[in-house]
Design a protein around this ligand. Structure first.
Ligand SMILES: Nc1ncnc2c1ncn2[C@@H]1O[C@H](COP(=O)(O)OP(=O)(O)OP(=O)(O)O)[C@@H](O)[C@H]1O
Length: 336
């Protein structure tokens, strides 16, 4: 009795995960499209690859995998070999890219590795690149962003889809609504193998600390916290999209090829002006500037007309001259 219940329950896990992923892809994945799974060899991406393998003939797409070898851990080559073996066994084409990760400025090795990985993914000749981020990752990202004092852009966490590069593939995360527990149940039911990255257990990493210490505590009082935080991220993403539209409209009134019109900027409410400033600075290709600097720009906008205040950040300069805020990039860099 118990055995047959277990078999029935694992069949349900398998079917429902496959249906969920299929629902995420239907409507935009067209027959003949190429979809590349970013395969780390960990539980999540192995499950994603397995589910997609089961769906490829029904949905009629071309499936392949890519593994990025960052050469950071002693086991890096073993993980690459594991991915190649798995794909051979499942008859899925797999490419390995070896990248060199060198720490730059204040960035962590993980951040540089991630940036190199996304560069590789953006170069894939495919319509879609699928990542195996799931609901727990999303909820943890919301918490981490809250703890860092992020605004809407950070709190909306990871989008289910986004363009990786102009003319490049689109990134898709079909597991964003699926918990890690479900993925684990699926892997066990399907007798899958995967590799474990020991750095995922190191509690010195903020994400691991949340996962190992904070998550279990939240589970006691708020068992649905992963789903509810993920829902918040979706609401916030919608709010952010509305604000972006508003700033794009304001931008047409308030800026032209000379720069940002100071008087028009000050005709907006402060919150709207701050949002427009953020938007306009991003449009110019400049890095984000701090809340304090944005306030400073508004304050300096009211300085005497014969003064030419300057604001500097990350090598970029904003100068108020002849009724405009004009922006210039670091010396030696073209702003276009
Ligand atoms: N070495 C790799 N090669 C190919 N794909 C990878 C690799 N590492 C991670 N991925 C893909 O990225 C997904 C997320 O992995 P992981 O959480 O480690 O990365 P991350 O983007 O650095 O995320 P986070 O910001 O959550 O740390 C994996 O499920 C997998 O699809």
């Amino acid at each position: 009795m118990i055995v047959s219940w277990g078999m029935e329950s694992s069949r349900k896990t398998t079917d429902s995960l496959s249906q969920q992923v299929s629902r995420q892809l239907t409507g935009f994945l067209q027959p003949g499209h190429r979809l590349v799974v970013a395969l780390s060899g960990g539980l999540d991406s192995v499950v994603l690859l397995h589910v997609l393998r089961g769906l490829r003939s029904d949905l009629d797409f071309r499936l392949s995998a890519v593994h990025v070898n960052h050469q950071l851990q002693s086991a890096a080559n073993d993980w690459a070999a594991f991915c190649a073996r798995l794909c051979r066994q499942w008859q899925i084409p797999c490419a390995e890219f070896v990248v060199t990760v060198i720490r730059q400025g204040g960035e962590s090795l993980e951040a540089v590795a991630r940036a190199r990985r996304y560069e590789v993914l953006a170069r894939q000749e495919a319509e879609w690149v699928a990542l195996a981020h799931h609901q727990d990752d999303q909820a943890e990202t919301v918490l981490l962003q809250l703890l860092r004092g992020a605004g809407l852009p950070g709190l909306q966490a990871m989008p289910a889809q986004r363009l990786l590069a102009p003319e490049g593939p689109c990134l898709v995360r079909p597991l964003l609504g699926v918990s890690r527990a479900v993925l684990h149940r699926y892997a066990v039911a399907q007798d899958l193998e995967w590799v474990e990255d020991p750095s995922n257990r190191d509690p010195r990493h903020a994400r691991n600390f949340l996962r190992q210490r904070v998550g279990p505590l939240l589970d006691e009082a708020f068992p649905a916290w992963r789903a509810t935080l993920s829902r918040s991220a979706r609401h916030l993403a919608q709010a952010q999209a509305v604000l972006e539209d508003l700033s794009a409209q304001d931008g047409q009134q308030v800026s032209d090829e000379q720069g940002l019109k100071v008087a028009a900027l000050h005709s907006l409410t402060e919150a709207r002006a701050i949002h427009l400033l953020r938007w306009w600075i991003r449009q110019q290709g400049a890095p984000a500037c701090s809340e304090r600097r944005l306030q400073e720009i508004l304050r300096q906008g009211k300085a005497r007309p014969d003064h030419h205040p300057e604001i500097h950040w990350a090598g970029w300069t904003l100068v108020r001259r002849q009724g405009y805020w004009r922006i210039s990039p670091p010396v030696g860099r073209d702003s276009s």
